[in-house]
Design a protein. Structure first.
Length: 367
C-alpha cells in the first residue's frame, strides 16, 4: 500500500486529500475556485505549513480566470486563513509577484495566458518543496544514531508538506538506509494529528511505530525509551524561537530535563527573519469545540469554557538544532539563520539523495 498524494492538480482543478477523515477513509475534496481552497485550509482538510503554502499557490491559479483583480482578491482571502503558518504568506507573495510581472509582460505580448504562467509557478513551488524535503532528510541523518528511539509530535510528514515530510522525512530516510528506528507518536490533542496521521504514514511505510497519549511523554523519557525528539515548525523567528503545534513546548522542556536532543526540521521558507523573537509570532486560536469533542463526541459540559490555541512557541535555547535544506543550524541562531538564508542551495543534491539512501552513511551538515 502506498501513500496517497495529499495535493493533486488534475484537469484544471485542485484535489486535496481530506485529512479529517484519515486513517479510516481516503477521500479527496475537489476545489474549483479559490474560495474552496480557503475553506479547505480553514477546516484543516489540508494542513501543515508547507502544504498550506502549496495549496494556496494552486488556489491563486484557480482565481486567474478573473485576471489580476481576482488574483489580488484571492490573495487577500487566502492570507486570512491560518495566521501562524508563514509558508502560506511566502507562497502568496511569490504568486503575487508572478502575477504582477506577467501583467506587465502582456503589454508586450498580449497572447500570453495568465493561468498557464501561474500554474507553472505553483507547480514549481510544489516540486521545489519535494526537493527541499529530500535535502532536509539527508542533512538530518547526522543526528540519528544507528539504533534510535524517536518521539515526534503532531504530523510533519508527507500529509503536511507535499513531499516525504520534514520531521518524518528524516525518520523515513534513516529507516531506508538501514538504521534501526523505533518511533513514538504522541496523539496531539485536540485533533489527534499524531495518532491519526503520523502513525498512519509511518505504518504505511513499514516503520515500527507506537502511539502514546500526550501526557505519557515524560514517563517514556524517564524509562529511557526516547533517544531523540524531532518536530516540524509553522514559523521560526530570527532568534530560533519556533512556533509549532500546541504541546511542542512541553516536549522541549522535558527533553531539557532528561538530556535528550530536541530538533526542529523545517524548510527555510518557515523562517521569518522579520520577526525578532517568538513573542511576535501570531498564534491562531481555533474553535473551543475542538477541545470539547473527540471525533465528534462531547467529552465535557458545554457550559464549561475551553481554550484552544493551535500553536505554542518553543524558545530557541531549548532547541538542539534546526534542520533545513541548507544544513543543520546551531545556536546562536541569529548568526546561523542569517548565514543559512544567504546560502545558494544546490538542488541537484536532491537527485542523488536516492543513491545516498542505498549507500547508507551520514553527513554532517551543521552551520
Amino acid at each position: 500500500m502506498s501513500m496517497p498524494d495529499p495535493i493533486k492538480w488534475e484537469d484544471g482543478s485542485l484535489y486535496l486529500l481530506d485529512q479529517r477523515r484519515i486513517p479510516f477513509e481516503v477521500e479527496y475534496l475537489k476545489c474549483t475556485n479559490y474560495q474552496d481552497v480557503a475553506e479547505a485550509i480553514e477546516k484543516m482538510i489540508v494542513r501543515g505549513a508547507p502544504a498550506i503554502g502549496i495549496a494556496a499557490a494552486y488556489g491563486i491559479v484557480l482565481a486567474s480566470h478573473g485576471g489580476l483583480p481576482m488574483v489580488k482578491e484571492a490573495i487577500s482571502r487566502l492570507s486570512k486563513t491560518r495566521p501562524t503558518a508563514v509558508n502560506l504568506f511566502w507562497a502568496l507573495e511569490k504568486m503575487e509577484r508572478a502575477a504582477t510581472d506577467f501583467h506587465d509582460a502582456t503589454a508586450k505580448d498580449p497572447g500570453l495566458i495568465l493561468k498557464d504562467h501561474l500554474l507553472e509557478v505553483a507547480v514549481g513551488i510544489h516540486e521545489e518543496e519535494r526537493r527541499i524535503e529530500k535535502l532536509i532528510a539527508l542533512h538530518g541523518q547526522s543526528i540519528v544514531p544507528p539504533n534510535c528511539q524517536v518521539l515526534t509530535h503532531c504530523n510533519a510528514g508527507a500529509l503536511a508538506t507535499g513531499g516525504i515530510g520534514t520531521a518524518l522525512g528524516v525518520i523515513r530516510m534513516a529507516q531506508k538506509i538501514g538504521k534501526a528506528i523505533k518511533v513514538y507518536c504522541d496523539e496531539t490533542r485536540p485533533l489527534l494529528q499524531g495518532a491519526r496521521l503520523s502513525s498512519w504514514e509511518l505504518w504505511m511505510d513499514g516503520l515500527d511505530v507506537t502511539v502514546i497519549c500526550d501526557d505519557m511523554a515524560a514517563f517514556l523519557m524517564k524509562k529511557g525509551k526516547v533517544d531523540l525528539v524531532i518536530v516540524g515548525a509553522d514559523r521560526i523567528a530570527s532568534n530560533g524561537d519556533t512556533a509549532n503545534k500546541i504541546g511542542t513546548y512541553n516536549l522541549a522542556v522535558l527533553c531539557k530535563y532528561h538530556g535528550i536532543p530536541f530538533y526542529v526540521a523545517a524548510p527555510r521558507s518557515t523562517i521569518d527573519c522579520s520577526i525578532k523573537d517568538g513573542e511576535a509570532i501570531p498564534i491562531e486560536e481555533r474553535d473551543p469545540d475542538e477541545v470539547r469533542t473527540v471525533r465528534g463526541v462531547k467529552i465535557f459540559l458545554e457550559d464549561i469554557p475551553a481554550w484552544n490555541p493551535a500553536f505554542d512557541v518553543t524558545p530557541g535555547d531549548l532547541i538542539s538544532g534546526i534542520i533545513t535544506e541548507a544544513g543543520i543550524l546551531k545556536a546562536p541562531y541569529r548568526e546561523s539563520i542569517e548565514t543559512a538564508m544567504r546560502i545558494d542551495v544546490n538542488f541537484e543534491d536532491a537527485h542523488w539523495a536516492d543513491s545516498y539512501l542505498k549507500q547508507g552513511g551520514s553527513e554532517d551538515g551543521g552551520i
